[in-house]
Each structure stands twice: as structure tokens, then as C-alpha cells.
Design a protein around this ligand. Sequence first.
Ligand SMILES: [Zn+2]
Length: 257
Amino acid sequence: MSFRIADRWFERRAIDDDVTHLWEPHVAAFIRCNIWHVRGRDRDLMVDTGLGVASLKAAAWDLLDKPVMAIATHSHADHVGGHHEFDEVLVHCLEAGELAEPAGFSLVMAEAFPGDSLESLRRAGYRIDGAYCITALPGPGYALSDYELRAAKPTRLLEEGDVVDLGDRRFEVLHLPGHSPGSIGLWEAATGILFSGDAVYDGPLLDELEGSSIPDYVATMRRLRELPVRVVHGGHDPSFGRERLVALAEAYLERRA
Ligand SMILES: [Zn+2]
């Protein structure tokens, strides 16, 4: 199989003056995560960082004009590949270990996924065709075997109720386990914005991965259902509003509760 060389690895779109959505168009849909940059007065936030195939910091250099905190909504490899590039790395305490010492499998080759994770992705409804999870290379001379998920050093461990303060914006940490033990959401009550990671997104939800817990996920969905959100920016798929959040939560609870 021969791959073409991507013109650029990351695409981006401004959601408003302060929130920018970045993503990796050449990553297979089932593993392509949303990356969110939030501009604050004193500090910025980077919510998740993608696969780590190409440098996020280099691609987003023009957005990064002040100290930035790279937060991991959880430590799954499709969300944390670029965290090693940042000085400040925030993650829930239950997943700090995985960030610091990631399991060494290649995320660019589906056949290298550990255990039955590929099977559980398919069971959940994802289409996975082909052995590769990227559809282009980030540059000439890049080989698939060059990919490695690099360790990142957590500098702040998060727990339920912690506040991530940007100076003029405050995000409260919601511990939302189920998909993974240390999944978090970042909730800004003043605007009704929730960055939800993989706790909820508008696509097949994964609750049978290693570390997943259906009872925890049920509790998380009951909690999310009550949250007065205006917009949810998830870990995958397009953003949505409160009505859709309630529908997604109800559908999950009907299936699993
Ligand atoms: Zn995940």
C-alpha cells in the first residue's frame, strides 16, 4: 500500500472568537478525535491532542501565544498523542499512570490494537476497513513504523470538582467514568459549554473496552442528562445541544440501565 503525502496534517475551524476546533482529516473516522483550543485571558487550554503523528504544537503555533495547559479528557491513545509536546499536562489522577507510561502499541495499524479492542469497536457499530488507521503520511520519509505514542509527564492531577482557571474563564472538572476510569468533562457553567471527551459524543459509545464500566457509564449518563448544557463539544463527532444530549443519555440508559 502506498500513501500520499498530506498537504497539512491538521484542519481547524473557529467555533467563536475563543474556541477553535482542530482535527486530523487523514486519520480514520473511528479513531479521529476532536481537539479543542480555548483562549483565556491569562492561559489557554488544549483539550486533547490527537494521535501524535505530526506536531500539534507546530501546526497550532499561531494560537499558542501564551502559556497553555494540555488537558487529557482521558488517556486513550487517540486523544493524547501530542501531550508530550506541552509543559503543562493535566489528567485525572486515575489515568496519570497510563499517560506517563503508555502501552506500546501502534495506533496507526488497526491489526496492532491490543486484546479484543477492534472487536468491541465493531460491535459498537464502527466500520473498520483496512489494516491502517491513517490515509496519508504527514511528510515525505515518514514510515508507519515511525509512529509511537510518546509518554507525557502529568504536571497536575485532576479530581471531581477541581477548577481549571484561564483567568477570565473557569472550567469545573466533572469526573465522568464509564468509557474509561478517569474520563472527565470540563464544564463552564457561565456559558453552558461542556467538553465531554469520550463520556458522550454523537456516535457509537464504547463501554466494553479494557477499563470500561457499564455501571459507571450508567451513572455518568444519569448525571449528564440533568446538566443544563448549551453545547457539548465531544471527543469525537460533531457538537450538539441539550436536546441531543438528553436523547443520547436516554438511549444509553434504555439499552444498559
Ligand atoms: Zn476513548
